[in-house]
Write a protein that binds this ligand. Structure first.
Ligand code: 3H9
Length: 694
């Protein structure tokens, strides 16, 4: 065995040379790894006894891609493109042995090899688009030559991986190894040598790209099919252009075009934001005072109180990953209704082809229902998902305290209420935590995990793991009104309403927020959530807000009643004269002379209060880091990931500029615009939230 670099060794097994990479945790293609691969190919070339080469990785995966931590710094030679040129240029056949997830530069490396074998669970994909870039080491030119243009487009533009073995018939892999992968790869290499098979270069294949030549409609149709989903993103269009280049240009020119389009994205703001977000998401899982090795409580069964929209959606998350879940309702009728809604949701997925009937049946079989709390006695976790009323929640937690076994996690899906007060209605506040799901709970990725004053560390650690297990992204937050997400949303909502009183119409505000990249603006969102919810909360607090109150008094509760701020033609929101009249009257009643408000002011007045509220949340220690707030907003509210999140976005503007604008708004509109001390301080020191250390 020869060490080529710190992480790459060269070994020989008879006629087969082996380049063995071991760079935990995911064998990212860092400088030392790239150099090692290159040296390995050179070592094989120099050794007459070596007739073929196997490239394999130790640990949990084949290369997971380029080393993202090297991005944004000067790239040290050799670059991945050069290394892969060396690999493909080897006259001795190179066999890649795939396991785990061969992603991005990892799959590109495999495609530069002359043959590929995999184990049955290996997955391959080009997820670069999710980082705001495109595969920049030949992936866009080689993949279409293997799997065909349409399939390659789908893989490159969605970034979603596929099972490697599903590419067997296309030659994406040449053999699936059922037993030991290393032995299987060596045996395959031996076979190639025995049969005298050549070093096959994918770059020299033309058949599959030629099939799409002269058919621009393939690309036009594809563009149309992704238009809605890719709105605002720059990378998907560049990805498509690279595949067009693969079809219309010789390989070398296509590679140059790939490089040009890659560079264009790589130096852009969107890619900086998306790369930041990649690490932000992973960072959120780390809780400074909860050690990584904290012993978890086992979660093998769950109970949900309330089979309404939230309860049903939450139950689906458990059923989807095979955890049996029991719904508890006050009446049999409500229970039947709730379970019927779940069945209908799954049936829709079946009719859309996203799951098959057998999967639906398997998931439904995990879901049971009862009206009897006693059934909760043996559940590992119980999540309360009834409506937002403290009295009711306390009563339920009192009951759970009596019924649930020792060590069970007692969670509330509250979106605003004081988790400590709820916990105090039990004799075991250390077992109580907030698990705030976002609607629709079976779809939205965010889970705000609300830590009470007494919540035990193992309950926190278990909840963070649970989030991952049910395919959510958990963010730990502290107790305050609305927690992180809804508290910042309220700040935006207040200003949106003020803008409407001053001169904008709801559709003006919504358009600006939509164009910024959100899926919808605050008023369309309020219509979707139901205006009656806020109305009831205001009534409870003795508060009024003329425009939404007037809409509710007319029975306009939003989409579900066919009208709210907008009237609805199907799901289409149409601006409505009734709303306009209410708005004009409200302005008049408030003694406001309406004025024309430009888009920039709308944007800043909606989003700067969120940044300010975020700063206060950090000061109060209710979020661990600014990037956690960004994760909440991207996964919970559809903040466009290509703008990183509110805190990253504020940094990208410059906090000094944000503060300056806020001061001018303060002079115009009052003290609610006073910048938070943390924001002031960072701005005056020329820093950003990125420099905040808690
Ligand atoms: C690319 O390839 C560009 C080329 O086309 C062109 C070049 C010219 N680099 O996610 P996990 C870290 S772009 C550096 O928690 P899992 C991650 O931060 C790349 N670090 O594990 C974390 O660190 P920590 C295209 C990376 O099991 C740790 O590894 N490839 C990289 O849930 C564990 O990660 C991608 O976009 C990386 N490439 O999931 C793939 N990847 O422990 C990105 C991970 O300090 N990676 N880390 O928090 C993934 O999708 C997942 O990590 C993976 C494992 C599925 C591999």
């Amino acid at each position: 065995m020869t060490a080529l670099t710190d992480y790459v060794n060269f070994e020989k097994r008879g006629r087969i040379g082996m380049i063995v990479v071991d760079y935990p945790p995911v064998n990212a293609l860092s400088h030392a790894v790239r150099l090692g691969i290159q040296k390995g190919i050179e070592a094989a070339a120099a050794d007459d006894a070596v007739k073929a080469v196997v490239l394999l990785c130790k640990g949990r995966t084949f290369f997971a891609g380029a080393d993202i931590t090297e991005f944004g710094k000067p790239m040290k030679d050799p670059g991945l493109r050069e290394v892969l040129e060396t690999v493909e240029g080897s006259t001795k056949p190179v066999v890649a042995a795939l396991h785990g997830t061969a992603l991005g530069g990892g799959l590109e490396t495999a495609l530069a090899c002359h043959y590929r074998v995999c184990n049955p669970t290996a997955r391959v994909g080009l997820p670069e688009v999710k980082l705001g870039i495109l595969p920049g080491a030949g992936g866009t030119q080689r993949l279409p030559r293997v799997v065909g243009v349409e399939r390659a487009l789908k893989m490159i533009v969605s970034g979603d991986p596929i099972l490697a073995k599903d590419g067997l018939s296309d030659g994406l892999v040449d053999e699936v190894v059922e037993g030991d992968l290393t032995e299987g790869a060596i045996a395959f290499a031996e076979k190639i040598v025995d049969e005298g098979r050549p070093a096959v270069k994918i770059s020299e294949r033309d058949e599959k790209v030629a099939a799409a030549r002269g058919k621009p409609e393939i690309f036009e149709n594809f563009r149309k099919s992704i238009a809605r989903k890719s709105r605002g993103f720059e990378a998907p269009e560049n990805c498509i252009k690279t595949v067009e280049a693969a079809v219309n240009m010789p390989f070398a020119e296509g590679m140059a075009e790939e490089r040009r389009l890659f560079e264009e994205l790589y130096v852009g703001q969107q890619s900086a934001a998306q790369r930041y977000f990649f690490f932000a998401e992973r960072q959120a899982a780390k809780i400074p005072d909860v050690p990584a090795d904290t012993k978890r409580r086992p979660i093998a069964s769950a109970g949900i109180i309330g089979a309404g929209t939230m309860g049903g959606g939450i139950a689906m998350n458990f059923a989807n990953v095979g955890i049996p879940v029991t719904l508890v309702e006050a009446t049999q009728e409500a229970l039947d209704r709730g379970i019927a809604v779940i069945a209908k949701n799954y049936a829709t997925s079946v009719s859309r082809g996203s799951i098959d009937q057998a999967t639906m049946d398997k998931r439904m079989a995990q879901i049971s229902g009862t009206t009897d709390y006693a059934v909760l006695a043996d559940k590992d976790i119980v999540i309360e998902a009834v409506f937002e009323e403290m009295g009711l929640k306390k009563e339920i937690f009192g009951k759970l305290d009596k019924v649930c076994k020792k060590g069970a996690i007692l969670a509330s899906n509250t979106s605003t209420l004081d988790v400590d007060e709820i916990a105090a209605s039990t004799s075991r506040p250390e077992d109580v935590i907030g698990l705030h799901f976002f609607s629709p709970a079976n779809v939205m990725r965010l889970l705000e995990i609300v830590r009470g004053k007494k919540t035990a560390k193992d309950v926190i650690a278990t909840s963070m793991d649970l989030a991952k297990a049910i395919r959510k992204v958990g963010v730990l937050v502290g107790v305050c009104d609305g927690f992180v997400g809804n508290r910042m949303l309220a700040a935006r909502g207040r200003e949106a309403e003020a803008l409407v009183l001053e001169g904008a119409m709801p559709e003006d505000v919504d358009r600006v927020i939509f164009d910024f990249g959100f899926p919808m603006g605050p008023f369309a969102m309020a219509d979707l959530a139901g205006l009656d919810v806020g109305w009831r909360i205001r009534q409870g607090k003795g508060m009024t807000s003329e425009v939404p109150d007037s809409l509710c008094e007319l029975g306009r509760f939003g989409q579900k009643t066919g009208a709210g701020y907008y009237k609805y033609e199907g799901r289409n929101a149409v601006p409505d004269q009734v709303t306009r009249d209410i708005v004009l009257k409200a302005s008049k009643n408030a003694g406001i002379e309406r004025r024309s408000i430009d888009d920039q002011e709308i944007l800043e007045r909606c989003l700067f209060p969120m940044v300010n509220e975020g700063a206060k949340i950090l000061e109060e220690g209710l979020a661990i880091r600014p990037s956690d707030i960004d994760v909440v907003w991207v996964y919970g509210y559809g903040w466009p990931v290509y703008r990183g999140g509110p805190m990253f976005w504020a940094d990208s503007i410059g906090l000094d500029k944000v503060v300056e604008r806020m001061r001018s708004f303060r002079d115009q509109f009052g003290d609610q615009w006073e910048p938070a001390p943390l924001l002031e301080r960072l701005a005056s020191e020329g820093k950003g939230f990125k420099d905040y250390k808690g």
